[in-house]
Write a protein that binds this ligand. Sequence first.
Ligand code: ZN
Length: 180
Amino acid sequence: MDDIILITKAMNLAAQKHIDQRRKGANDEPYINHPAEVGYLLASTGADAVTVAAGYLHDTVEHTETTHEEILRGFGENISDIIKEVTDDKSLPKAERKRLQLEHAKHASPEAKQVKIADKTSNLRSLFRAPPADWDDARKLQYINWSKAVVDNCRGINPKLEACFDEAYTRVVKSLKPAA
Ligand code: ZN
């Protein structure tokens, strides 16, 4: 598939799948703003077309009714495998999912590692810009530290992308009140 077709096809499917969803933040952003940011972060830091397309699709299976079969049929095995790598098993308790995400990050493919870093970068940017109304600083810090731990297990592939994460991390940490 031509790169532009591949990427716009992924954008289009993501937009359809996330059509009714909103982000957790207090500004109630449309959900699609998040995969859009992830895709652009990947493209602008030199990731290849397959990784960018996977970036647009990364939350479709976890957050919508989309199946891995559907991704496989529409986008082929490479992209389907990346989405499998970055999709949490929602049948598991949340703490276990978080622990597994950390563990799986270490052994993930270079493509999945980049999607993970872009995902966490976008999430920390959102946390800075418009945190969920019911999150206090302790909750934010817990999320920030976990995100950084996942990203630390994904380093060594795309330094430009890592720099974007580090910038988002530093900015959001600075925005928290120092612990008493
Ligand atoms: Zn995401």
